[in-house]
Design a protein around this ligand. Structure first.
Ligand SMILES: [Zn+2]
Ligand SMILES: [Zn+2]
Length: 409
């Protein structure tokens, strides 16, 4: 008999597993996720699957509800523990025994984003917020996950945006919950003007709170710092705007506007870590190309036979060199193909995947020489200027009687 029930249980278990999706899986969370991660997952997924965004899609609607349910359970310490030990069945039993009341999925949504749980057309919307985020050029080159914090107004999570410590709001006695009152002004004897005004007792809300929430003082909102993830994609243009839907200031009175991130390039600085000390840190970007200035000595520019190893933004080496006998004139720009910025969202077969690196050569002359060296050079010059020197004055048709000789090799 015992064996039989054990067998029966084994058959039933997979059925239960099929019936409801695992809450952690539903929210894409690990089992040891903390409160912040749970909140974040809910914020992201509930927007994605909101029926207003997926009109007529019953699958999305079901998912939206499941996500709310999952959040409801996992955000409650006690229920989460019950769920961890006994699964969906355990939660069900606990609730029947007078556990935490379920949130309506739209009410829950409005506790995060305001707007009565909707953000469709015709919904009042708060203003958008714009922030500037500066990331180093290296991140634009390699792509990077960036985190940033924004201080914003959030719906108080202590009172869920009611402003009341005990959840009770009383209908305003002055406007009877209308939020508006009609005022009569006498313009002249017997002539009245009627005007609708916002109720001054409840501030237009239609209700008042006796026992104010201790965290928000009845204002229903608090200032908080929220952390966001920003995926900087390879080759992303600077100055691009990345939109975080409904992540601007929240209020119970309207649907939150969008948070817009203006992605900027940070000024280069010589950091401490090795990857911050590459030549690439000081490359200058112009669209898909990179620019660099390389210094050559007089000997190198004139005689050739030199090499340079430039460390690029990701640390790989770009080899520059000239064999003996190759002259580089000051100001020459060498274009190194494919060593510029990656092309943003480049697709296979759609032209080059990278821009170019433009290397401008600057030539510096020594301003001091050892005495012996100076003599030797002087003699070499003396010898050759007499042999092949050109009188520039005569060349250009200038008068030739001058003090001293002015000719050039
Ligand atoms: Zn009122
Ligand atoms: Zn509050």
């Amino acid at each position: 008999m015992l064996l039989f029930s054990a067998l029966a249980l084994l058959c039933v278990l997979p059925l239960i597993a099929l019936a409801a999706e695992d809450y952690y899986k539903l929210l894409n969370l690990d089992r040891d996720a903390d409160d912040r991660q749970i909140k974040k997952a809910y914020r992201k997924l509930s927007k994605q699957w909101h029926p207003d965004k997926n009109p007529g899609n019953s699958e999305a609607e079901a998912k939206f509800k499941d996500i709310a349910e999952a959040y409801d359970v996992l955000s409650d310490q006690e229920l989460r523990q019950v769920y961890n030990q006994h699964g969906h069945e355990g939660v069900k039993q606990r609730r029947q025994g007078g556990g935490a009341a379920r949130h309506n999925p739209f009410d829950l949504f409005s506790q995060f984003f305001g707007g009565g749980g909707h953000f469709g057309q015709g919904q009042r919307r708060g203003p958008n917020m714009e922030v500037r985020i500066h990331v180093p050029l290296r991140n634009f080159y390699t792509g990077a996950d960036h985190e940033f914090k924004v201080e914003k107004q959030a719906i108080c999570d202590k009172c869920d945006g009611s402003g009341s410590e005990d959840g009770v709001r009383d209908t305003c006695h002055k406007c009877n919950g209308q939020g508006m009152v009609v005022q009569r002004h006498q313009l002249a004897p017997g002539i009245f003007q009627q005007a609708q005004m916002q109720c001054d007792v409840c501030g237009g809300k239609g209700s008042t709170v006796k026992n104010k929430c201790k965290r928000c003082g009845g204002s229903r909102v608090v200032r908080t710092e929220e952390q966001f993830d920003l995926a900087v994609e390879k080759g992303m243009p600077k100055g691009i705007r990345v939109t975080y839907e409904n992540e601007a200031d929240e209020s119970p009175d309207y649907a939150a506007g969008d948070l817009i991130v203006l992605l900027m390039e940070k000024d280069p600085e010589l950091g401490v870590a090795e990857h911050e000390r590459t030549d690439g840190t000081f490359f200058r970007r112009k669209d898909t190309h990179l620019h660099w200035r390389e210094v050559l000595s007089l000997r190198e520019a004139w005689m050739g036979d030199w090499t340079r190893n430039l460390t690029h933004l990701d640390g790989h080496v770009v080899h520059l060199f000239r064999p003996r006998g190759q002259v580089i004139q000051p100001g020459t720009v060498e274009v190194v193909k494919g060593e510029g910025m990656p092309i943003w969202r480049h697709e296979e077969g759609q032209g080059p995947a990278f821009g170019d690196l433009h290397v401008e050569y600057v030539v510096v002359l020594p301003d001091a020489m050892e005495g012996g060296m100076e003599k030797e050079f002087w003699q070499v010059w003396e010898k050759w200027r007499k042999k092949v020197g050109v009188d520039l004055g005569r060349e250009f048709g200038r008068p030739t009687e001058r003090v001293g000789r002015h000719d050039e090799l």
